[in-house]
Design a protein around this ligand. Structure first.
Ligand SMILES: [Zn+2]
Ligand SMILES: [Zn+2]
Length: 341
């Protein structure tokens, strides 16, 4: 089968031919990958920044995968060959306390498709049955592949603060990329806040406009502009999908008293004087992917037609070009590779 392999950091992926993988355990499933989303985390992986998350080379990246069941182990009982599925990227054992609490991403036996084990930048991938979300009828795997990580991450983060998104509040979304553009819509679906989208890129800003953001702002002077748009109060919720030093600082500067700053993007340094946070009773929270049930819920919302997932498709062979464009901020929404194409 075709696969795109990362064998050295800071290098382009190599297109290789390797044997089709076989399920190794009776509860494993082989999925024919029809769509594989390309994510900023893939750039972090290539840059050698994901070793703390368990990355070792060589690796076939790709963690936003959807396709059809191609082979099943003897103990698999919930899917059959041909079923369309979305792959939940964390491995969850189902036995540890974290899994039983429904926080699969904190599983004690944590693995992650496309980070710690080979992922979907290939024609086939092998995963545990527990990782599969069967797609509702009429949902095409290629159309929803990015939900496996981009969508679930947005859903998990918004759901966590949705009880604070009351009528009369304002939620600011910093970064309207692959994850942020889904989050912007989820604030509307799960809450009632007015929305402000902040992005330095004009194409991303027009996407925010199309998706119904109430106010759309550039990054320059964003904190002041948010204050201006909220009669000086600031945003009650700030969801930061960038996570740079600059957006951490801007996010806190635009936050209202007793507001909640939520980190999804990462990489920068978050520093705040405790007196400022205590004096305003502000909170900061962080988010890691989401649970299997978050992904299942998101699929139900998608199947109802309530969400726009903006994608563009490319052959697997175009992977390095797509990664370069992502690095340049030149992708609007999500790029999806078609390993079968
Ligand atoms: Zn991702
Ligand atoms: Zn577990």
């Amino acid at each position: 089968m075709k696969a795109a392999l990362l064998s050295e950091y800071h290098r382009p992926l190599e297109l290789i031919d390797r044997p089709v993988p076989e399920p190794r355990r009776p509860d494993e499933v082989r999925v024919k990958v029809e769509g594989a989303g390309v994510c900023a985390t893939d750039l972090h992986t290539i840059d050698g920044e994901m070793e703390p998350a368990g990355v070792t080379l060589p690796l076939v990246p790709g963690h936003e995968n959807a396709g059809r069941v191609d082979a099943v182990g003897d103990l698999v009982s919930t899917v059959s060959v041909g079923d369309p599925v979305l792959i939940y990227p964390p491995f969850s054992c189902g036995l540890c306390v974290a899994c039983r609490r429904g926080t699969d991403m904190h599983c004690e036996r944590h693995q992650f498709t496309g980070l710690t084990v080979d992922g979907g930048f290939a024609e086939y991938v092998v995963v545990a049955e527990r990782s599969l979300v069967k797609l509702p009828p009429d949902v095409d795997p290629v159309d929803v592949a990015p939900h496996a990580d981009a969508g679930i991450t947005a859903y998990h983060a918004v759901k966590k603060v949705a009880h604070l998104a009351l009528p009369g509040t304002t939620a600011a979304v910093i970064g309207v990329g692959g994850v942020g553009h889904v989050a912007l819509q989820l604030v509307r679906e799960l809450g009632s806040s007015a929305t402000i989208a902040v992005d330095p890129n004009a194409k991303h800003r027009s996407l925010a406009q199309e998706l119904g953001a109430d106010t759309v702002l550039g990054s320059e002077g964003a904190a002041d502009a948010v204050r201006e748009a909220t009669d000086g109060r600031g945003a009650d919720l700030v969801l930061d999908f960038v996570g740079s030093d600059q957006t951490h600082a801007d996010g806190m500067a635009m936050l209202a008293r007793s507001g909640t700053y939520s980190m999804i993007g990462f990489g920068g340094m978050f520093t705040m004087p405790s007196a400022a946070m205590v004096g305003t009773e502000q909170s900061a929270v962080a988010n890691l992917v989401g649970s299997w049930s978050d992904l299942w819920e998101l699929m139900q919302l998608h199947a109802r037609g309530n969400l726009v997932l903006k994608t563009e498709t490319h052959p697997l062979e175009a992977i390095n070009e797509v990664l370069d464009r992502l690095r340049e901020g030149d992708i609007t929404g999500r790029a999806v590779l078609l390993p079968q194409g």
